[in-house]
Structures are given as C-alpha cells and as structure tokens.
Design a protein around this ligand. Sequence first.
Ligand code: PBG
Length: 325
Amino acid sequence: MSFPSDRPRRLRSSPAMRRLVAETHVQPSQLVLPMFVAEGRTEVRPIASMPGVVQHTRDSARRVYAEAAELGLGGVMLFGLPERKDAVGSGALDPDGILNVALADARAEVGDDLLVMADLCLDEFTDHGHCGVLDSRGRVDNDATVEIYAQMGVVQAEAGAHVVGPSGMMDGQVGAIRAALDDAGHDETVILAYAAKYSSAFYGPFREAVDSSLQGDRKTYQQDPANGREAIRETLLDIEEGADIVMVKPALSYLDLIADVRAAVDVPVAAYNISGELAMVEAAAANGWIDRDRAIDEIIISIRRAGADIVLTYWAAELATRLRR
Ligand code: PBG
C-alpha cells in the first residue's frame, strides 16, 4: 500500500488548527463604513437595491457615527445628498451644504476616535450627474473640475474631515487638492485617492443611493475594465501628486489589480467593496441561494488576501459586531 507523503489536510483538521494557520485576518480597524446622509429629511429612507443600507437623516447618521466609533471601525466615508442640484454642483462648496454639515456632525460626535472621511466628487451635487462640470460642448471639463475639487478639499477639511477621498478620476486632482490643502494650513489632512477606479456596471445601486440623474456613462474619465496596467500608472501618478493612501475600486472583479498595486507601492492600499457587490449577495441570499454571512466573510477576507490593507464595505458595522463575538 502506498500513502501520500504530503498531507496538507492535517492543517485543516479542526477549527482550532485552522485558526492557528490562518494567514489573513480581518479587524474592525481595517474596515470603513460608507454612509449616505440626505439633506432636509426627518425620516430614514431605505435603498431598495441595497438591502440593509439607508439614506440617513443627520440625526440617524449621528447615532451610526457613535456606534462605528464604539465598534472600533477604521472610519466612516460620507456621501451627501443635497436637496437641490445644479450644473456646477454648488452644494459641494457650501459650508452649510449637506456633506459639509454631516462631516461636522461626525467630527463633533466622535472627535479623533474614528476617522471621518469625505467623498470628494461632484456627482452627488450636479443635476446632470457627472463627476465634474461640463464645457460648452457637454464634455466633462477636467481642469475646471479640478479647480472646484481643490476648493472642495479645503471646505471638507474645514468642516472636520480627517481624510478626503477624491473619486472623480480627473487628471491632476490629487496634486491640486494637496496644494490647496497645504496652502490653507491643512497639511495634516490625509488624501485617500481613488487611484484606480473602473467604469463599472456594479455601481448601479449607488445611483439609487444618491438619487443620481446621470444620463450616459463615465467612460471618458473612469478606466476601461479591459486595462490592468493603467491601474499601476494611475496609482503611481497619484502617489507622486501626494496621495497618502491609494484605492482600487470596485474590489471583486479587480482582485488581480489590488494584488498588482499592493506589489507596486509602499503606501497603504484600500479597496472598495461597492454597491453592486453588496446587491448581488443580498439578492442571492434573499432567494435562499447562498449562505449570506459566509459569503460576506469570504468576500472581505478575499479582498484582504489580495492585498488590501483597508476595506470600504457597507457591511463594516455588521462584520465588526460579528468579529467581536
Ligand atoms: C463617485 C462615487 C461613486 C461611488 C463612490 N464614489 C459612483 C460612481 O463613480 O459612479 C460608487 C460606490 C458604490 O457603488 O458603492 N462619487
């Protein structure tokens, strides 16, 4: 009789053994919770395509900031939903605009116990739904948009953001924001750059989450899913321009690029487990087709295993609660 000389199964033989040899771990401090805060509302509204995720009022959001701090999450990433949108996204620069007041609320609630992060982009604020302002021919105007982003960064830092997250994929945005922050005395404000951000079908539910009116697509500024090498180019440019943390987005269809970026840079790498990635799991689980909690655990551990130090996920609070038990 011949026996296998190697028996890898030995290390899988019990929960205790599997725990001992687990290479990858998830901790609450590595998770960031994205949140939507709506202006002028008194009631929380569910987002149908994102089960479990809501459009918050300022008050309901306040309770979640406190809970996130208590759970030891890494941070919250805030998105604002203004009552009125216009062509240039004025609400984004208004210190009394929803995102800026929500940042101030969060900071007042948690101080420095939890990192308060701001999505730095115009799409929630423009009536056409693009991430920037349009030129006379209806194209997204890179340089004019970058000037607004730079002002936005300062307004967000002044409101209380520890971290700003430029997500519009305009060329030169990180450098312009860094310079504006430094000029205004905000040299401590961290830039988490959405460095490699792909034009993805998986953002679908996010459009509902922010009541987006976007016609068309973002293919002239977000990357083509066919192109991987460009993820490195975009990331290195952002680091040169001053990004402190770089992000790959979405996460699941781009695990290869999370690994490539991790290998290419020496700054922290984040990945965003986005709306459509949540929707797929919740929809399948609602049908009884997959084990929801196991699927979520597997997704987050896979994103970490690919190389992400930080994971933005709508399941952050739930995961932290589960990890605690
Ligand atoms: C842009 C932004 C988007 C998301 C985060 N920041 C939308 C987009 O680029 O189309 C998507 C997040 C998600 O889908 O969960 N402000």
